[in-house]
Every structure is written in structure tokens, then in C-alpha cells.
Design a protein. Structure first.
Lengths: 238, 814
């Protein structure tokens, strides 16, 4: 069963002369352990696709299912619970809460879901440890480097029993070496059974994915396997 | 645990607390403004509880006060009757001592400092109390008037007394008197009897028939009303400031809150972040403000004594109300955080993540509700009063809520006028409308700050003008009467030389106070009246006619001095002074008056045959309302009907500014040295209105400037991208300065106009029965507020616009 399934999804902003079609008739299915890269020029609808997949926005048409459950008709609170339990987000600009330490940022989704602070902290520490950040757990975001912050964001996105990882340009604010490290971590998360959708402009990073979806003007114009290149060597390590 | 339960709330609250600790500098302005509002409220509660003259000033520990007038055996009989009716009563004899040059006599009283009921009315400041014949203690004012000191000999009415001490009435520092030992007054003018009794006891006793009775409960307004109204206004102000501040804060945290939603937080969690912050900020501000207000009160209360004119017990505060105010300030801050919290929780996640402010709601949505609340508030104020405190408080609350809801509409109206403005001003005004969630709340807070200041500026003068006991004259007027009896009793018949000397004296007084030409006051006398001696001296004159309310008692008909109205001739000079065209006076009119009803009054001093006169009265709004001013003018028709003839009684002098004590002293000295027994009447000394008004304007402007700084900073930082676009298109630093200046100036101007208009609307509703009280418009202070505040805000914005604090534009995400 697909972790994420989008069926004929469309999204229209505005009305009348100011109407903008952001997505049109998009179908996408992502299974467990699969990483899908979404590419396309600016304004092609990549980020809209991600926000609809993550239940942050409702589609104008079509249907979205996460873990086999349709999002249509869910209440706000049910959608929030879904995000806490099943969906992890990684943003280009990290989006860590400045008042919380790294471990507290990671534990936050668990605590919001009602997990006791001590248990949530334990799980968060384990997640950080897996990402090599155990010794930085007590640091605040502004005491971490860009790469470390993005690793904390990934830890927050995968902590608990998440099944779907959505990343919007996760390496956009990082240098190439750090970006590669981050992609390795996303890939490692997929290896453990997570489904991942990664929006990127970078063809090299897209080559890490199992599948690449190309968007233009809100429509899927191509679906390919990643092109061969140096990254395939890294892929061979998997 | 689908909602996250307690752990989620703890996690969210912890984050809110951490945010506050990290970013408290960004909230320091809100915190400071709230603390100042709470401090001012706490200080105001202390002042309000002490501002009113305490009943002990007149009653001591008594519940009732009997005043016995008359003379000789009849008075002695009444005193005996009073003692028999109330065995525990304290009897105090009084004699009026004329003050040369002044219309206000000094009270000589024979009160015992150990009296069972009157003890709170006496305090010894120096020397000792008199305890035998030939000794006297005087108040500071009496000592000043007669140039006395402890050890000096005071010669008065042919006798002499040694001054043995300086005393005061601690509950009324304006009480100018001299104290002698009991039984040491020879010629009594009246006797006061202090009685402590329950209503039933008092009513059941057989008291003297001619006694005037005063009840302690009626002695002054209930301070509870002032305290309640002040607390309501203070908390409303705290709420508006907090709402404006938290609206700013919510926008700054929009991205962080959007991220929180993205990882699964519910709307209630987002609201909790803002509410927790509101609780922390409100709690700290309430405690800090409460402590600061209390400290300020303890430090400044002694200085306030000279304003309220009675001693103040600094620790005699309305503690329950104070504690409740500090607690409610926290609750108000939390409540004020709710609205921005609700608004920010409703922002779509994607918009929040990109920090896009929510689309402004149509301004008219709440305008109707605002108009209804404003109308309801003003209506409640019309029906409120000192005995209807809850209605008054509700009226103020509804008026403020109405202004809050109308503010966005007015901000939107600014954008409508922007089309014709230069580009920087146009952008500034349109940005105010775009970000009207912030600018609307800020405008409401600025309006409230300037409204409170304007209400104090206008209301202080109005309260004084409307005060029944203290409203004899405005503070910039004085009257030089021909006799200490003012317009009652006989007036001297001067020859030409004496009249010229009197005119010269009055002219010199008018010059000294930078006043205009003195207005002659002409009374009326009966030509057939016999000449009476004035104060038992050699001078004599005919009694001048006046209007008074008759009171029938065992001694016959009496007229109380505080109810007497001067009856002056409606001559050309007086009509011209008050702008009354002669043609507007009906041919059959006998009396022109500003009083709404004269039916209870009788003509006094013109002979018994004229007491039943029922004049034809014409109401004239332009005539003044103060009781010694020309409030009733008799026309030629009236004089002919009664067969009265004119007789000069005095001159009215209007000074350029409110009179100072030094000017009053000099005027009294000039009257004294004239040798004509002239008497100067002025308004009794009271609070320094000018200082009060200046202080109110300054504090109101300072708070409004704080709110403007807070809002303008945010609005301009939100529009930072526009600035970059402008810069890319060649706009320089000047454009940025003009943008910020226009934003600050527009907010300040609108707030000042609205606040002043709102204050006037509320005061008109409050004084609707006596609008005369509002005729003295303090133009200087109001101009300073309405024009000065926008200019100050614009100037500050111009100076600071070049250096925008980087923290304002920084997103609270890492």
C-alpha cells in the first residue's frame, strides 16, 4: 500500500481574471522506502504539491491519501494529529524554534501528541544520536551550524512513527558537501521504511531518488528514473 | 490523547516562556507601557481615594451637624435645647472676623482640642493650644493675612490676644480660622453642634426648631465611584495597550507558529503560545507596575496634600481594589492576547510559513457594532452619576470598546484619502490600511491615551465650574466689591472722589493681573429704603436687592448665603461683554438669566412688598454660570415695575491667565490700602489646574508616542520588501524617512483627534444637565495635545527612520 497517494489533484488560487492554476490533475504514488524527487522551474507547483501532500493546504480537486486514509473531510484537529504522527517536514530554511534546544525541537511533535516529556526527550535523543548530533542536543539553534540545524530538522521530521517525509529544498541553504550529508540522511531514513518526497532544483541531488517527477505549469510532464552519474555510485552504496 | 493533553500544553507553554526569556528585549516596550498603565492606575486609585474632602473636615467623628444662627437669648435657648436633645453633643461657637480687602472672613472658633467629636478637625503644628483668656492659635493662612507669628499679639475688634500656637484642620487645609479656648468668644455669629447618633436616635430627639441640619453622608461624593471609574479606565487602557502590543508580537511570530502547525500543533496550541506570553508579560507588568505605582504614591502623597488640601494617610489605601486591579491587569493582558492569538491561529499554514500577514478583513464588519457600542456607552454616561457608579463604569467601557471597533474603519478611510498624496505618504497611508489589525489596535490605544489626557484637561475645569460649593468664579476672574458683604445687605454710597479712588484701585488691580477693562457691576436698590449702617461702622448705605431661596423656620424666613444670586442691571456694558444684542431682549422681560429655573427664588433686600414679585424671565445661554458672576440681570422693564434704582456694587476683572495666589494677595492688599473697605472676591484656592492639565497632556502624549513607536516599527518592518523595491528604483533615505514620518504622524493625528472628540462626547454626556461647565475650553492645552502629538511623533520618526532596529525585521526562526 502506498504511504502517499495523490489522485487527480488540482489546486487553483484566486477567482475570475486573477485565477492561477497551481496544480492540475496530478497523480503521484509513493510507497514505503521510496524516495521521489520533484523538479521543475519556479512557479511550476512543486511547493504546492508538497503542502497539499502534507495536509497544510486542501486541494481544489482530487484526492489525497496518507497511509491509505483520505484527507478529504478530516477536521482541522484530525489533520493536525496526522501531521504529528505520520508526516515529517523539512524546510529549506530549517524552521527550528529558537527558544528550544535541539533535543526539545525534536521532541516537540511527540510532546504535542501527548507523550510525556521524559519519554519524548529520550526518543528525541535517540533520533539525534542516529544523526550524529547527540553531543549537540543541548544547544540552541543559533549555536548550531547550518548543516547541524538541517540535521536537527530531519531528526524532528523522522522522530516517532513517521511514515512520510516531505522535504522542500532541504539543501538549498547549504554548501554542496553539507547538502550531500543531508541527502544521505534522508536516504537512510527511506532505507528504514519511510516514504520521502523531496523538492529540489538540483539535478544532482535528484539523482539520489528512486523516481523523479517533473512539473511544469502545475502538470506532471515526465516521470523518470534518476539519470546515471556520479551519484549512482553513491546509490550503489545503499 | 488526540489533543496532546497536558504534555502538549506544557511543551507549548515552555516554548512561550523560553521565547519570552530570549526575546524580552523585543517586548520591553509593551512591558514598559503596560507597567506604566498599571502604575498610573495604582497611583490614581490612591489619589482618588484621598482626593475628595473627607467628611471629618466638617463633622469630625460626628454623624450630624446642627448650625444654629441668630443672636442673644434666642440663640442661647436653642443651644440649651440642642444640649438637652443630644447630651453627648459638642458645641462650638463661631464669630466672623473680617479680613481687610477680602470678601472672605476668617472664622474665630472656640473648639476644644480634646472635644469628644471634633478632635479630627484640629492639629497643632507649632506652639500649643490656647487654654485661657487672651490666647489664640491661628492657621498659617490666618497668620499670613494678619502678619502673625507665635508670640505675637493680635489686636482685633478692640481686644488683643497672644498667638500661642499654629494650628490647622488636617482634613481641610483651606479652612482659615483662629482658635480660642472654649467660652472665649463674646459675640457669636453662629454655633455648630456636632452630634453622634444613629438616624433613629437623631430623629427621635426634640432638636431646636431653627437648626440647619447637615448629614455626614451628604457631605461629599462617594470616592468608591471615582475609584471604580478609574480602575475601569485603567484596565481598559491596559487591555488596549496589550492588544496593540500582542498584535505586533503575533505578527513577529507568524512563521514560528506556522511551523508549529506544520509539525502537528492544533489551533488551541497556537493560541496557548500567545496566551501564555500574555500571562507572563501581563503578570510581570502588573507586579512591576503595581510596585512602581505604590512606591510613587508613598513618595508623592505628601506633595499631593497641597493639591487636595487635606492631610493624607499614605497607608490608608483601598487595598482590596488595589490588589484586584493588579490581578485583573494580568487577566486583562491575557484576555487582550486572545484576539491576536485567535487571528494568528486562523492564518493558513502556508501563508504563516512565508510570514505573510493575514488579508485585512473588511473594515465595516465591526463598524456597526462599534457605532452601537459607542452610542450605548454615551447613553449610559448620560444616565450615570456619582450614585450610579456601575452605570458610569459600563458607559466608559462601552465607549472605549466602540472606539476600538471603529478604529479599523477610520484607518481604512485614511487609505481613501491617500490617492492625492505624494508617493511616500500614499504608501504610508495605504500600509496603515493593509496592516490594519496592528494599526487599528494601535490607533485605539493612542485614542485612549489622548482621550484620558483630554478628559483630564477639559474635565478638571468643568468639575471646578460645576462644583456647587466652589463655583463662585472662574479661576481667571476677580470681583472688587464695594463692601465685604458683596451683593448682600447695604452698599456704601460713595461721593465722586471716593468713587474715583475706587475706580483707580480697581484699574491698578486689573493692570497687575494683565486684565482688560474692569466691568462695572450695578445693583439695584429701593429709593425709599432707609440708610443702614455697614458692619456697625460709621459708613451707611441702602440694602442692595438680590435673589434668594426662602427657608421657613421657627425664627421666620431665612436665606442661605450660598444660595444667593446677585441681581445686576442689564446695562449696555454688561450686555456687550456677554454678546447679548439689546434687540434680542423681549420688551416684557424683567430678568435675563443663565439659570434654568428661578421659580424658587424671591427678591431679597428691596422691601417686603416686593418679595412676592414674579418676574418674566428670559433664558440667556451666554450669561455665565458661576454663582458670583452676573447670572441674573434685571432689565429696565423690571426696574420700572419694581421702582428700583441703580447703585454701583463692584467691578468684575478678567485676568489674562488663571490668578496666582501672589496676584490675589496683591489685589487684596490694594483693596485694603484704598481705605474704602473694598473687598476682593476670587475663586477659593484649589488644585493648580494649569499644572494638572500640562501633566495630563505630557503623560498622555508620552504613552501615545510609545504605542506609535511600537506600531510604526512593526508596520515599516513588515513593509521592508517595499522599501527594498523603492531603493532599487532609486528612492533614497529621504523616502524612507518620509514613509515613516507619514505613518507616525497620521496615526498620532488621527488618535489625537479621535481621543479629544471622544473625551468631549463623554463629558458632554456626563454634564448634559449643566453644559455651561464645559464652556471654558482650554485651547492652549488641547492644541498642544492635538497638534503637538503628531508633530512630536513625526519629528521622532524622521530622526529615527534612518536607523531601523535590525531586531524588528528579524524572523523568529532559525
Amino acid at each position: 500500500m502506498s504511504v502517499l497517494e495523490m489522485r487527480a489533484v488540482g489546486k487553483v488560487y484566486g477567482q475570475g481574471p486573477s485565477e492561477v492554476v497551481a496544480l492540475a490533475d496530478v497523480d503521484l504514488s509513493v510507497g514505503p522506502g521510496t524516495m521521489v524527487a520533484v523538479m521543475g522551474p519556479s512557479g511550476s507547483g512543486k511547493s504546492t504539491l508538497l503542502t497539499i501532500a502534507g495536509s497544510l493546504e486542501a486541494p481544489s480537486s482530487g484526492e489525497v491519501l496518507v497511509g491509505g486514509t483520505g484527507l478529504t473531510g478530516m477536521t482541522r484537529d484530525e489533520l493536525a494529529r496526522l501531521r504529528r504522527r505520520s508526516i515529517g517536514y523539512v524546510f529549506q530554511d530549517f524552521n527550528l524554534l529558537p527558544g528550544l534546544t535541539a533535543v526539545e525541537n525534536v521532541a516537540l511533535p511527540l510532546e504535542l501528541d501527548g507523550v510525556r516529556a521524559r519519554r519524548a526527550r529520550q526518543s528525541a535523543l535517540e533520533a539525534l544520536d542516529r544523526l550524529g548530533l547527540a553531543e549537540r542536543a543541548g544547544h540552541f539553534p543559533d549555536q548550531l551550524s547550518g548543516g547541524e540545524r538541517q540535521r536537527v530538522a530531519i531528526a524532528r521530521a523522522v522522530v516517532g512513527d513517521r511514515r512520510l517525509l516531505l522535504a522542500d529544498e532541504p539543501t538549498g541553504a547549504l554548501d554542496s558537501v553539507t547538502g550531500e550529508t543531508v541527502m544521505r540522511l534522508v536516504l537512510a531514513a527511506c532505507k528504514q521504511g519511510l516514504a520521502a518526497v523531496v523538492v529540489t532544483h538540483d539535478a544532482q541531488l535528484a539523482s539520489w531518488a528512486d523516481r523523479v517527477v517533473f512539473l511544469r505549469d502545475g502538470r506532471v510532464i515526465d516521470r523518470t528514473m534518476p539519470p546515471p552519474g556520479p551519484e549512482s555510485l553513491l546509490g550503489a552504496d545503499r | 490523547m488526540s489533543g496532546g493533553g497536558l504534555p502538549a500544553r506544557i511543551a507549548v507553554s515552555r516554548w512561550a516562556w523560553r521565547l519570552f526569556r530570549r526575546e524580552w528585549r523585543r517586548q520591553v516596550l509593551v512591558l514598559a507601557l503596560l507597567a506604566v498603565a498599571v502604575a498610573v492606575t495604582v497611583f490614581g486609585l490612591g489619589a482618588a481615594g484621598s482626593a475628595l474632602p473627607p467628611g471629618a473636615a466638617q463633622f469630625g467623628d460626628a454623624d450630624y451637624l446642627l448650625v444654629l444662627r441668630g443672636a442673644g437669648p434666642a440663640l442661647q435657648d436653642e443651644i440649651t435645647a440642642a444640649r438637652q436633645a443630644y447630651p453627648a453633643a459638642e458645641v462650638i461657637d463661631h464669630q466672623n472676623i473680617a479680613v481687610p480687602g477680602s470678601a472672605t472672613p476668617i472664622d474665630l472658633r472656640d473648639q476644644s482640642p480634646d472635644g469628644p467629636l471634633g478632635r479630627p478637625m484640629l492639629r497643632l503644628d507649632a506652639g500649643r493650644y490656647p487654654d485661657g483668656p487672651g490666647e489664640v492659635a491661628v492657621t498659617a493662612r490666618t497668620a499670613g493675612l494678619f502678619h502673625l507669628a507665635v508670640g505675637a499679639v493680635w489686636r482685633q475688634n478692640g481686644g488683643s490676644r497672644t498667638v500661642v500656637g499654629l494650628v490647622e484642620n488636617p482634613n481641610n487645609l483651606l479652612d482659615a480660622f483662629a482658635l480660642v479656648a472654649p467660652g472665649q468668644i463674646g459675640s457669636l455669629d453662629h454655633v455648630s453642634v456636632l452630634v453622634r447618633a444613629t438616624a433613629a436616635q437623631f430623629q427621635s430627639a426634640q432638636r431646636p426648631a431653627g437648626a440647619e441640619v447637615q448629614f455626614r453622608g451628604n457631605a461629599g461624593a462617594d470616592p468608591t465611584f471615582i475609584v471604580l471609574v478609574l480602575a475601569t479606565v485603567g484596565l481598559l487602557f491596559v487591555g488596549l495597550l496589550a492588544a496593540a502590543g500582542f498584535a505586533v508580537l503575533a505578527q513577529r511570530r507568524l512563521r514560528a507558529l506556522g511551523m508549529l502547525t506544520a509539525i502537528g500543533a492544533r489551533h488551541r496550541h497556537l493560541r496557548l503560545v500567545m496566551l501564555a506570553n500574555g500571562a507572563v508579560v501581563g503578570g510581570i507588568a502588573a507586579l512591576a507596575g503595581g510596585a512602581a505605582g505604590l512606591a510613587a504614591w508613598l513618595l508623592l502623597a505628601p506633595r499631593l496634600e497641597t493639591v487636595v488640601q487635606h492631610r493624607i494617610d499614605r497607608f490608608d489605601l483601598p487595598w482590596p481594589q488595589l490588589t484586584a486591579t493588579v490581578g485583573l491587569a494580568t487577566v486583562t493582558a491575557v484576555a487582550a492576547a486572545w484576539w491576536p492569538a485567535r487571528a494568528v491561529a486562523r492564518v493558513p499554514v502556508v501563508a504563516a510559513l512565508s510570514a505573510r500577514p493575514p488579508r485585512p478583513r473588511p473594515a465595516h464588519r465591526f463598524a456597526v457594532l462599534g457605532a452601537v457600542l459607542l452610542a450605548a456607552g454615551l447613553t449610559l454616561l448620560v444616565f450615570s452619576g456619582p450614585d450610579r457608579a456601575a452605570i458610569g463604569a459600563g458607559g466608559i467601557a462601552a465607549t472605549a470598546a466602540g472606539v476600538l471597533l471603529l478604529a479599523p474603519l477610520l484607518v481604512a478611510a485614511l487609505a481613501a484619502v491617500a490617492r492625492a498624496c505624494p508617493v511616500a505618504v500614499r504608501i504610508a497611508l495605504r500600509d496603515l490600511a493593509r496592516y490594519r489589525a496592528r494599526s487599528g489596535a494601535a490607533l485605539a490605544a493612542i485614542t485612549m491615551a489622548t482621550g484620558i489626557a483630554a478628559a483630564i484637561i477639559v474635565g478638571a475645569g468643568a468639575a471646578q465650574a460645576a462644583a456647587p460649593g466652589g463655583g463662585n468664579l472662574p479661576d481667571d476672574e476677580l470681583i472688587v466689591w464695594l463692601t465685604p458683604g458683596r451683593f448682600e445687605g447695604p452698599v456704601p454710597q460713595f461721593d465722586t472722589a471716593q468713587l474715583a479712588r475706587a475706580r483707580s484701585t480697581v484699574a491698578s488691580i486689573a493692570t497687575a493681573v494683565h486684565g482688560g477693562a474692569p466691568l462695572p457691576l450695578i445693583g439695584v436698590v429701593s429709593p425709599d429704603a432707609r440708610i443702614e449702617s455697614i458692619d456697625g461702622g460709621a459708613t451707611g448705605g441702602k440694602p442692595v436687592a438680590a435673589l434668594g431661596i426662602p427657608h421657613r423656620s421657627g425664627r421666620g424666613v431665612e436665606y442661605h448665603g450660598n444660595e444667593m444670586i446677585p441681581l445686576l442691571v442689564a446695562g449696555p456694558e454688561i450686555l456687550q461683554r456677554y454678546g447679548i444684542p439689546a434687540a434680542s431682549i423681549d420688551a416684557t422681560t424683567d430678568v435675563l438669566t443663565s439659570h434654568t429655573d428661578l421659580s424658587a427664588y424671591q427678591l431679597v433686600g428691596a422691601g417686603r412688598q416686593r418679595e412676592s414679585w414674579r418676574p418674566t424671565v428670559q433664558h440667556i445661554d451666554r450669561l455665565p454660570a458661576h454663582t458670583s458672576d452676573p447670572t441674573a440681570l434685571i432689565t429696565e422693564h423690571g426696574m420700572r415695575a419694581l421702582g428700583l434704582t441703580p447703585a454701583p456694587v463692584g467691578w468684575l476683572v478678567t485676568a489674562a491667565r488663571p490668578l496666582t495666589p501672589a496676584q490675589v494677595g496683591k489685589a487684596e492688599e490694594a483693596a485694603r490700602v484704598s481705605g474704602l473697605d473694598l473687598a476682593v472676591e476670587t475663586r477659593p484656592p484649589a488644585a493648580d489646574l494649569a499644572r494638572l492639565r500640562t501633566g495630563a497632556a505630557a503623560i498622555g502624549a508620552a504613552v501615545a508616542l510609545g504605542v506609535i513607536a511600537m506600531s510604526v516599527g512593526l508596520i515599516r518592518s513588515e513593509a521592508g520588501r517595499d522599501l527594498h523595491t523603492l531603493a532599487a528604483n532609486g528612492a533614497g533615505r529621504g523616502t524612507r524617512r518620509r514613509l515613516t514620518t507619514a505613518t507616525a504622524g497620521a496615526l498620532a493625528l488621527l488618535g489625537a483627534i479621535l481621543g479629544t472628540a471622544g473625551a468631549y462626547a463623554a463629558l458632554i454626556a456626563w454634564y448634559h444637565r449643566d453644559l455651561h461647565a464645559l464652556t471654558g475650553v482650554p485651547v492652549g492645552h488641547l492644541t498642544g495635545l492635538v497638534a503637538g502629538l503628531p508633530l512630536l511623533a513625526a519629528a521622532a520618526a524622521w530622526l529615527l527612520a534612518g536607523r531601523e532596529p535590525p531586531g524588528l525585521a528579524r524572523s523568529p526562526l532559525e
